[in-house]
Design a binder for this molecule. Structure first.
Ligand code: FES
Ligand SMILES: [Fe+2]
Length: 356
């Protein structure tokens, strides 16, 4: 059996993946790594472009170069490449007509909801696992980046941080979407073991995402909930391919808060995550909201990063082996399935009672 990461890479490469935020890309080119692939992003008058971050001449990263007109200049011998990867100039030659046959590798780019998305378009080698349905044929689902249109909703206010998670994608997203660690890792901040409530969880697995609806929980005992939430009615945990997690809290008045994590999968053990906090706009100025909310979330995030890193260090040293799970570990099997390229034709439902 092919290891999970090798398989996941093939699957994820068929999707639009986040490369960076639009605001992170100014005049200078930006180099990022996505699923172990070096990618350079740069901005010209013609828009935002992505190339494989390597000069075909002598393998120097183009991201260390600069933009000139509508091309990127390699910092070694000055070869210039446009956004489609065509070579525009080989400065050392009197007649550089040979440039017609030289190319850098261009990648498809979409700019949407403030993010720059790319497609790595990996070729599958045909040795994928055979169980379950394979996603390769379902081209439609890969046409557009995941919908983050809430970022354009004028009634909502969002702010974003970027964090580096040292953990594999499945462990990182399981952590984000799992309620049962919150009493321990975030004791007092999110929940507490001394105060638990019986909660109904209903999971629905779709083609490209999984959602769990939690009902029956009033406000959580932790500080964050007490301070920032009205009465809670329902909350949701969602995982979308190719690496987006979302937690939504709703009161009788509608949305209380939305927490969205968008991953740029860097390598097997590292994910860059854009954490987006979204609240409704209201009388309180946005910057005050941000000032009040930020310290709590940064604290919670730090606690999560630490536990996932501890887990990752252990796994790297001793191997993951076989994990023991219970009914309470609702989300994980579905994240594993989806990232392996398997899905359910009809939505699948599962219900469980939890003490949260
Ligand atoms: S290595 Fe890029 S121009 Fe020579
Ligand atoms: Fe957590």
């Amino acid at each position: 059996m092919k290891n999970h990461y090798a398989r996941m890479k093939e699957v994820l490469k068929r999707y639009w993946l986040v490369a960076c935020r639009e605001s992170e890309l100014r005049r200078k080119p930006v180099g990022v790594t996505v699923l172990d692939e070096p990618v350079v992003l740069f901005r010209t008058e013609r828009g935002i472009h992505a190339l494989r971050d390597v000069c075909p001449h002598r393998r120097v990263p183009l991201s260390k170069g600069w933009v000139k007109g509508d091309a990127i200049v390699c910092p070694y011998h000055g070869w210039e490449f446009d956004g489609e990867g065509a070579c525009r100039r080989v400065p050392g030659l009197v007649d550089d007509a040979c440039k017609e046959r030289i190319r850098a590798t261009a990648l498809p780019v979409r700019v949407r909801d403030g993010f720059v998305w790319i497609q790595l378009q990996g070729e599958t080698d045909g040795t994928g696992e055979t169980e379950g349905k394979e996603k390769g044929e379902v081209a439609d689902g890969f046409k557009e980046p995941v919908d983050l249109s809430f970022l354009r909703d004028p009634s909502l206010y969002s702010f974003v941080w970027k964090v580096k998670v040292k953990g594999n994608l499945v462990n990182a997203f399981e952590n984000l979407l799992d309620g049962t660690h919150t009493h321990y890792v975030h004791a007092g901040l999110i929940r507490t073991d001394a105060y638990r409530q019986k909660v109904s969880a209903k999971l629905t697995a779709h083609r490209d995402h999984v959602e769990i609806e939690y009902s029956g929980e009033s406000k959580q005992a932790g500080l964050i909930s007490q301070l920032l939430e009205r009465d809670r009615q329902t909350s949701y945990g969602r995982f979308f391919m190719p690496g987006i997690a979302q937690i939504e809290y709703r009161s009788s008045k509608g949305l209380s808060m939305l927490i969205t994590a968008v991953a740029r999968p860097v390598s097997e053990f590292v994910q860059d995550v854009y954490a987006i906090i979204t609240v409704k706009r209201g009388i309180v100025p946005n910057f005050i909201k941000r000032l009040v909310i930020s310290p709590f979330f940064k604290r919670a995030l730090k606690q999560d990063l630490r536990i996932v890193e501890l887990q990752q260090e252990w796994i790297e040293r001793h191997g993951e082996g076989r994990l023991v799970s219970t009914e309470a570990d609702l989300m994980r099997p579905f994240i594993e399935q989806l990232t392996r390229g398997r899905y359910y034709d009809k939505p699948l439902e599962r219900k469980v009672q939890l003490l949260l």
